[in-house]
Write a protein that binds this ligand. Structure first.
Ligand code: PLP
Length: 409
């Protein structure tokens, strides 16, 4: 008799987004006229840059001509793209094109990376964090199951709170695989160089591997490192994940990459060689057309157009942040990422504040507790929306504040 993978049964029943959708559809039933403002799901809102569309069309035409048609490409990605990445994203950091693997997204890579490691590996992850890390860890059989406090047994949670500036520090105990996300989703906080140096030292001492997710590096305004390889010694202990999704508007096109330096060895085994073997077996590469578009992001005029989009998203984030701050909200993040981490007023829980925003202001946020227990008492706003929508939302926040004042009186 075939049996299911029982690790899937250990996953908590309530995935964050279906619960949000349910609450939103209940509101729509009750008040069909309500015009909702969605600061929930972190997706870009601007159409593709013109230069990207041109690159897509040109490569599509190549596919229609006998001399330039492409069939299967290399599973690791075309050299033309890997060379651009090494030259631009890792300039001066000594990353070779051969150490770069092109993929269809960081979501799949940050989850699939588990396949390279022994079953007994102890996983550490920031709390709060991108939910994929914890769910992929459970699916990979690295937890005994959910506990009553909303955590998973066997997973080491790295608390990120107001007290430590939402920055995870190396634990006193041993762990094997450590997810780090900088700038972090959901808190929007980027990790400074000194802290990353501590993490590299910890990984060396514990013979652990850092899984560094830099999906939002393009939004960094502070002097926080954009790559873990800016830290001395990181090439011996760290894998880096990057994505074109939020940096270049590729959430619908799908393209990302993972860097595994050849110097990253575990017990003299090369993780690069294992991931290459895995890719050759399970993956036939990202489409030529999409890789050509990704390569176009490195040159004019596409580069400038994309930079202008990021500047515009950052402006929108500042507008929302300043507006919320002027109304007295306690806000974190926002400077190095398109995410604002907002403390719920009056000591409300994440879900209670979510409900208040939805019912009274018709604004959708993501309850922070959905990203981990330390997210309780916060909500995340993703500020990709147009300026005029953000301005409209600020009027609603202002009215909500008046209602809250009246409740408190
Ligand atoms: N990593 C983080 C921290 C994210 O927030 C996201 C998407 O929201 C991803 C990775 C996924 O990126 P991709 O679109 O490349 O799968």
């Amino acid at each position: 008799m075939a049996k299911i993978n029982t690790h899937f049964q250990k996953l908590s029943a309530h995935y964050l987004f279906p619960r949000i959708e349910k609450q939103v559809s209940l509101l729509k039933e009750k008040r069909p006229e309500a015009e909702l403002i969605d600061f929930g799901i972190g997706d870009v809102s601007e159409p593709l840059a013109e230069g990207l569309v041109k690159a897509l069309c040109a490569s599509a035409l190549e596919m229609g001509s006998k001399n330039t048609f492409k069939g299967y490409g290399p599973s690791q990605g075309y050299p033309f793209l890997r060379e651009e990445i090494a030259r631009h994203d890792y300039k001066g950091l000594g990353i070779h094109p051969d150490e770069i693997f092109i993929s269809d997204g960081s979501k799949s890579d940050t989850a699939n990376i588990h396949e390279l490691f022994d079953q007994s590996s102890i996983v550490a992850l920031p709390d709060p964090a991108y939910p994929v890390y914890v769910d992929a860890t459970v699916m990979a059989g690295r937890s005994m199951g959910a506990t009553s406090s909303g955590t998973y047994e066997g997973i080491h949670y790295l608390s990120c709170t107001e007290k430590n500036g939402f920055m995870p520090s190396p634990p006193a105990s041993h762990t094997d695989l450590i997810y780090l996300c900088s700038p972090n989703n959901p808190t929007g906080v980027a990790l400074p160089k000194e802290l990353l140096q501590e993490w590299v030292r910890y990984a060396k001492k514990e013979k652990a591997v850092l899984l560094f997710d830099a999906a939002y590096e393009a939004y960094i305004s502070s002097d926080a490192p954009h790559s873990i390889y800016e830290i001395e010694g990181a090439k011996d202990v760290a894998i880096e994940f990057r994505s074109y999704s939020k940096s270049s508007g590729f959430t619908g096109l799908r393209c990302a990459f993972t860097v595994i330096p050849k110097t990253l060895l575990l017990d003299s085994h090369s993780l690069h060689a294992l991931w290459k073997r895995r890719s050759d077996t399970k993956f036939n590469g990202v489409s030529y057309i999409i890789q050509k578009a990704a390569a176009a992001t490195y040159s004019s005029p596409c580069k400038e157009e994309i930079q202008a989009q990021i500047t515009s998203y950052k402006k929108r984030t500042s507008l929302l942040m300043q507006g919320l701050q002027s109304l007295g909200y306690t806000i974190y993040g926002g400077k190095d990422a398109p995410y604002i981490w907002c403390k719920a007023p009056m000591g409300l829980s994440s879900w209670a504040f979510f409900d208040l925003l939805l019912q009274e202001a018709h604004i959708i946020a993501i309850p922070g507790s959905g990203f981990g227990p330390c997210g309780e008492g916060y909500v995340r706003f993703a500020a990709f929306k147009e300026e005029k929508i953000i301005e409209k939302s600020l009027k609603r926040f202002m009215n909500l504040s008046k209602k809250i004042e009246n409740i408190q009186r």
